[in-house]
Design a protein. Structure first.
Length: 494
């Protein structure tokens, strides 16, 4: 056996450490620390998905223009995300790991851009539009250098199915925890800083600064409490990060395709709930602070629900658990649409729907790590960040879809931010978006997961065993390693 083969097989055995001892199980500290990463994300990038529509329309930018800004920047992201992913994948593994340092530095940049995005200089309308557009583009770049390495990190923490379910639950708990806090605390904080005026520009800056600071602190906890412990073979395709290589890894990955389709619908439904809740509370219910009350109940119940994910996955499997959650969430949204409107009836059904949606959104993170391993097994090349970038781009499209749906209905029904009372058409439109879109979206997500995603837990366990032994579907991964030309380093560079 060659030196490359010996190294490859030894490094690939995730079940053992370098001394041949059995693999150590993840500690609770590691699992909880990983979840703090998405807790931090929620205080920055997700914060914008919930409140930017309200902030920008309040600054005089029309709902249709806001929709165009968020949709147009995705063309930029389509080029930027693969570039960011290629750069991260080409990094060598250093003392602090491959992904953790990029994640932490990206989080600091994301915090700065978050504050900038919630700042609006007193420009002309054209100037405000340009400021919002450029800021949102930079926000997408910072997010790519934060969330892609964070997401890839899970795939090198463990390959154990149950431990990945625990990491996924921790991540979803962190995400929902941030949604919960920002959902019920951001508006009161805004009103407190603004002296009761939610339109005070300075109040938006201060409130976003506080949230961003919490976000960075959470990423520090994630950075310090996690470790990249899975040994993988990175010599294959190390220096190849062209669009052709990106396409090979992504478009030959059917499980990733199914996951992307599901995510387009689940994340857009979640963001419709989160972004439109402030409009529903302010105009349909007549009290902006009721958004905080509803979010407190809705998201709080979801946090409790996802704690059962590891046990449910162990008993049934990830795919079944996710589909049932989608059907429950979509069914509750459908009932909310056809039943007569009442405050507590709405709260109960939107809570059930959101809790049902939280289950597949939680399981998703385990799915993502599995598709990264599938990509390596399918192609022989390890490119976690490229897979993550493709998945995250679908989340950005989903977030934009939510703005298109919500902002489009506001524009079509004659919403005017300057009016304290909206027309009956606008009120009906807000209620319809809050009910009918999630019902449709979650139903379509269940269909995508059922018929397109084809990576069962049983099949994944076989793939994980192959990778642990240095194998891909075509043979030994070590056989794919090319000997560097004379005068070059191990990564093919001078």
């Amino acid at each position: 056996m060659s030196t490359h083969e010996t190294t490859a097989v030894a490094d690939a055995k995730e079940g053992e450490n370098s001394t041949g001892a059995p693999r150590k199980a993840l500690t609770k500290r590691e699992i909880v620390s990983y979840g703090f990463g998405d807790f931090g994300n929620g205080f920055m990038f997700d914060l914008g998905q919930y409140y930017l529509l309200q902030f920008w329309t309040g600054e005089g930018i029309g709902a249709a223009i806001v929709t165009a800004i968020m949709a147009g920047t995705k063309i930029f992201d389509a080029f930027m995300d693969p570039i960011a992913a290629g750069w991260i994948d080409s990094r060598k593994v250093g003392k602090r790991g491959k992904f953790r340092p990029v994640m932490l530095n990206g989080a600091v940049a994301l915090a700065i851009v978050t504050i900038i995005t919630f700042t609006m200089p007193q420009f002309s309308l054209e100037g405000k539009i340009a400021w919002a557009l450029i800021g949102y583009m930079l926000w997408g770049v910072a997010y790519a250098f934060t969330n892609n390495p964070y997401q890839s990190l899970a795939s090198v923490i463990t390959r154990n199915v149950e431990e990945r379910a625990a990491l996924a639950t921790s991540r979803q708990a962190g995400s929902l925890g941030a949604q919960w806090i920002t959902g019920f605390a951001f508006i009161p904080l805004l009103l407190w800083v603004g002296g009761g005026n939610s339109s005070d520009p300075f109040a938006w800056v201060v409130a976003s600064l506080i949230m961003a600071a919490v976000g960075v602190g959470a990423f520090v906890v994630c950075y310090r409490g996690t470790k990249e412990r899975v040994k993988v073979i990175r010599e294959v395709g190390y220096q190849k990060n062209s669009l052709k290589d990106y396409a090979k890894v992504v478009f030959t990955n059917r499980p990733l395709g199914g996951l992307i389709l599901m995510t387009l619908f689940t994340i857009s439904a979640m963001n419709v709930y989160n972004s439109m809740m402030v409009f529903y509370a302010k105009y349909n219910l007549g009290n902006l602070l009721l958004a905080s009350v509803i979010n407190l109940i809705m998201i709080g119940s979801s946090i409790i629900t996802i704690l059962f994910i590891p046990k449910l996955v162990k008993r049934f499997n990830k795919k079944k658990v996710a589909i049932v959650g989608l059907l429950i969430g979509g069914g509750a949204a459908f009932l909310n649409g056809i039943l007569p409107t009442s405050f507590w009836g709405f709260v109960v059904l939107v809570t059930i729907s959101y809790a049902g949606l939280a289950v597949p959104n939680g399981v998703t993170w385990a799915f993502v790590a599995d598709t990264m391993d599938f990509a390596e097994w399918n192609t022989g090349v390890r490119k976690e960040t490229i897979v993550s970038a493709a998945f995250n781009f679908s989340r950005k499209i989903a977030q934009t879809l939510a703005v298109v749906v919500g902002g489009g209905v506001l524009a079509l029904t004659g919403y005017a931010a300057s009016k304290t009372v909206q027309s009956p058409e606008t009120l009906d439109g807000i209620k319809a978006v809050m009910c009918w879109y999630p019902a449709l979206a979650l139903g379509l997500a269940a269909i995508a997961l059922l018929f397109v995603y084809n990576l069962s837990d049983k099949k994944y366990n076989k793939i994980a065993a192959d990778l642990d032994n240095g194998l891909w579907k075509g043979g030994r991964i070590a056989d794919l390693i090319q000997t560097p030309a004379p005068g070059t380093g191990s990564n093919g560079k001078q």
